[in-house]
Design a protein around this ligand. Sequence first.
Ligand code: AMP
Ligand code: ZN
Length: 123
Amino acid sequence: MTDCIFCKIAAKQIPSKTVYEDDDVIVFHDINPAAPVHLLIVPKLHVPSLAECSDQHQALLGKMMLLAPKLAAEQGCGYVTNGDGTGSGGFKTLFNTGPDGGQEVYHLHLHVIGGPRPWRGQR
Ligand code: AMP
Ligand code: ZN
């Protein structure tokens, strides 16, 4: 997709604060962070939205989901669990899909949003 901002970031035509990259995905800091940590996990393949994914994207989606806790931990907002429902830290994972889902960029991406309860204010 020539006119897609995330394709351009993946192709290094637009700079980004990249924290992880491999053959399938690029991960960078959101330019307008909603929290102390706000990453976008973006496949290099152009798929417009989650609703346009199909069986062929299953492994890619699994990879994106499994990257989220690893990168959150690296960024200091991992969930440190005691394994019994108690623990500390943590993050949100979010796919916005379509206009009513609040999607602005029509290239699939997974938000990883973390820090000390940023969506409730610091307490
Ligand atoms: P969404 O509403 O789920 O489509 O989210 C798109 C996200 O992309 C927003 O949180 C934007 O702040 C973010 N964004 C847009 N342009 C850039 C960019 N050039 N670099 C990093 N993040 C971006
Ligand atoms: Zn794209």
